[in-house]
Design a protein around this ligand. Structure first.
Ligand code: PLP
Ligand code: COI
Length: 359
């Protein structure tokens, strides 16, 4: 299915001067572009009313279903400016597929993949002036909310899908400098049969208390353990995790209750391309601590669209702290980071056809 987008450029877009001032010291997710894409769904009309328009508030009835039962899903992907001035998206088809899976899990109407991708591309095109140069990028946030006006607990009959965009720098203040993580022993993120494998807002709401605990303990991010045995490492609040061993192999927690990260999948492919063994297997916090002490574990790193690849330098928990690779960024994490970023910015060849040139 394809939909024609009605394009209504903003009447008062940000001036070049104002934009230049906003594109300084970006951080993550505080600056937004001038436009948004919106597509609506109703059971009677299906997906309709595709528009690109000035970014503005939504009018939402106070009985709108999302406000009560949290039927909401989202995605995150980035547009990268190439040296030739063109613009790349990285694996938008994978985000479209995951959005579809999220919609099905949350009993929402899936939006066709091509409409999802078209909406993302429309925003990249109309707001291309907002894409920062250098190591910055334009973070795209497609999302969908349940908008039916009804207080009964059932899947909404109406949805609003939208894409907004935010020019971003580094997710962590220190850039790719090693991050510290806090092991949550009080809270879990996901159980088998739950929603851990999809990108619904509720997962993040449920993680905030644990993330606040991490900050209180001076850490950048929380890491969750499995909900049954409370010992296997699952993932961070917004990133997957990898371990690098002294025999050159890597491991990462298996899919199931974690988010199937597109960065995770890309790293597995790149490491295997380089002849490395990558295991998707459970790894316990006790083993992690023991391997860090014995030197069997050489590196650990977090990965995700927002964070790219961030080495983990220090792990803290109620039962004590330990340091990985002397708290320094390791060569495997930094090598994979460079390789991935070079593909994303179109500086090297793209053996898996991950890049979609928008401009
Ligand atoms: N895990 C969680 C909980 C996330 O929020 C994210 C970020 O999207 C990831 C993992 C990494 O996924 P991706 O690499 O697709 O961005
Ligand atoms: C991403 O990496 O895209 C994320 O969604 C992580 C976080 C900003 C929620």
């Amino acid at each position: 299915m394809s939909l024609k987008f009605d394009i209504q450029p903003a009447a008062n877009p940000t001036s070049e001067k104002e934009r230049a001032a906003k594109l300084v010291d970006l951080g993550f997710g505080r600056v937004f572009t001038d436009h948004m894409a919106v597509v609506r769904y109703s059971q009677a009309e299906g997906w309709h009313g595709a528009r690109v328009e000035a970014r503005a508030n939504f009018a939402l009835d106070p009985a709108g279903a999302v406000l009560h039962y949290a039927q909401e899903i989202f995605e995150g992907l980035k547009a990268y400016k190439r040296d030739d001035g063109g613009v790349n998206l990285f694996r938008p088809d994978a985000n479209a597929k995951r959005f579809h899976d999220s919609a099905e899990r949350m009993a929402m109407a899936p939006i066709p993949d091509d409409v999802f991708i078209e909406a993302v591309e429309q925003i990249v095109r109309i707001d291309r002036a907002w894409i920062p140069g250098g190591e910055g990028s334009l973070y795209l946030r497609p999302f969908m909310i349940a908008s039916e006006v009804f207080l009964g607990v059932k899947p909404s009959a109406e949805y609003i899908f939208a894409v907004i965009a935010s020019p971003v720098g580094s997710y962590f203040k220190g850039g790719p400098a090693p991050v510290s993580i806090w092991v949550s022993e009080n809270y879990t993120r996901a159980a088998i049969g739950g929603t851990g494998a999809v990108k619904c807002g509720g997962n993040y709401a449920a993680s905030l208390r644990a993330q606040a605990e991490a900050i209180q303990h001076g850490c950048d991010q929380v890491v969750f353990l499995d909900a049954i045995e409370r010992r296997f490492v699952e993932e961070l609040g917004g990133m997957n995790v990898f371990f690098v061993f002294d025999d050159g192999s890597l491991s990462t927690p298996p899919l199931g209750t974690i988010l199937p990260g597109i960065t995770r999948d890309s790293i597995i492919a790149l490491a295997r391309d380089a002849g490395k063994t990558v295991r998707e297997e459970p790894y316990s916090i006790d083993q992690w601590r023991a391997d860090a002490a014995s030197g069997r574990l050489k590196e650990a790193f977090a990965c995700g669209t927002a964070a790219v690849i961030s080495p983990i330098g220090k792990v803290r928990s109620a039962s004590g702290d330990f340091v990985i690779s002397g708290g320094e960024a390791g060569p495997v994490a930094m090598g994979l980071r460079k390789q991935l970023v070079d593909i994303q910015y179109g500086r090297t060849n793209d053996p898996h056809n991950w890049i979609r040139k928008v401009l």
